[in-house]
Unconditional design. Structure first.
Length: 94
């Protein structure tokens, strides 16, 4: 990987970790380009955002139900990497 490719890769990674609520118009356009031709990437990104929202908003009364709902969404999705996260959570009995 060249230096320029490495820099581009780091920028994409940073953008993918960012909440879509905080995107500038330019970042929204960049994400659209990144998602082109990668059908599982938008789905993975949405699942990442949903678990992030769960972490930030759940409390003692809503945590378990919200996590189980997210597990179901992941089960229905075709994103192997995120399915591995669920397996890890379940193995840890979270």
């Amino acid at each position: 990987m060249s230096k320029d490719e490495g820099i581009r890769s780091k920028r994409i990674k940073k953008l993918m970790w960012k909440s879509p609520l905080k995107f500038t118009d330019e970042e929204k356009e960049k994400v659209k380009v990144i998602f082109q031709g990668k059908p599982s990437l938008p789905e993975a990104y949405n699942l990442k955002n949903k678990i992030d929202y769960w972490f930030k908003t759940s409390d003692e009364t809503t945590a378990k139900k919200g996590l189980e709902e997210w597990f179901q969404l992941v089960k229905e999705a075709d994103v192997e990497a995120i399915q591995l996260v669920v397996k890890t959570f379940k193995r840890l009995k979270i």
